[in-house]
Design a protein around this ligand. Structure first.
Ligand SMILES: Nc1ncnc2c1ncn2[C@@H]1O[C@H](COP(=O)(O)OP(=O)(O)OP(=O)(O)O)[C@@H](O)[C@H]1O
Ligand SMILES: [Mg+2]
Length: 238
């Protein structure tokens, strides 16, 4: 679905991603874990086309999209649920959902539309006429997920959806992402919450200072105290 090959991404003179590669196989969930400022969002910005890499390649659904503008990538089936949710404050819940809506030609799978979103996430239906930003943090995260789904993506990229949420709500969001994976959607999940990522993902990458420093199955990372301590700030608890 997605192949990122040896990308080098800069902000001006700041050299951030230094030869980063990762892949997301169709129908799988991949998590990218790493501490603050390590380059997770920059990886997403490279993939979505907001800050394209200076070197390296990005292939999506078999096409070289490295130099494509963001909207073209979106049209080919990428959607982003951005860090901090970015709910449009002047719009209602329903407007936040419908402004992004896009039907797509599909051979498989059910399309996401307002009816299906409301059926799946009834709290959004109950709040449909309220301003998006009047919702609680957990509800706003659900809205941000729903907004992304309304574009009917093939690849759903989520940037720290658990950020700022209480543990119970983190579990709820984790459950939603796991359900989406069950529908066959391909997912790239950026997280600092290791537990959530281990529960949801088929494969894990760890990023540190713009480079992938570890790749493995969730069970392997769970057992790797060195990587968790060195790159994820997990205190050695044994
Ligand atoms: N627009 C920008 N201009 C210059 N430097 C930036 C810009 N955005 C981010 N950076 C720097 O790039 C590095 C990587 O930032 P990035 O946002 O990708 O980290 P992150 O892993 O997403 O962190 P967090 O977990 O806090 O969201 C950091 O050192 C950051 O200060
Ligand atoms: Mg970030």
């Amino acid at each position: 679905m997605l192949a990122v090959s040896e990308i080098h991404t800069y902000y001006g003179d700041s050299y951030i991603l230094q030869g980063l590669s990762l892949t997301v196989e169709e129908g799988t969930a991949v998590a990218l874990l790493g501490r603050n400022g390590m380059g997770k969002t920059t990886t997403i910005r490279s993939i979505m086309g907001f800050t394209p890499p200076r070197r390296g390649e990005i292939h999506f659904r078999g096409k070289d999209v490295t130099h494509w503008v963001p909207y073209r990538r979106a049209r080919l089936g990428m959607a982003l649920c951005p860090q901090g949710r970015r709910i449009f404050p002047s719009l209602s819940v329903e407007e936040n959902l419908t402004m992004a809506a896009r039907g797509r030609d599909r051979t498989k799978g059910e399309l996401w539309d307002l009816g299906r979103i409301y059926e799946r996430y009834p709290v959004l239906k109950d709040r449909a006429r309220l301003k998006g930003t009047s919702l609680s943090g957990g509800e706003q995260q659900m809205l941000a997920v729903g907004r992304g789904l309304m574009t009917n993506p093939d690849l759903f990229v989520l940037d720290e959806p658990s950020e700022g949420l209480a543990p119970m709500l983190v579990r709820d969001i984790g459950k939603i992402i796991a359900e989406l994976r069950e529908t066959g959607l391909s997912i790239l999940l950026v997280e600092q919450n290791i537990t959530m990522a281990l529960n949801v993902a088929d494969r894990i990458y760890v990023i540190s200072s713009g480079k992938i420093v570890y790749e493995g199955a969730p069970s392997e990372l769970a057992a790797n105290e060195t990587v968790k301590r060195q790159y994820l700030g997990v205190a050695g608890g044994k």
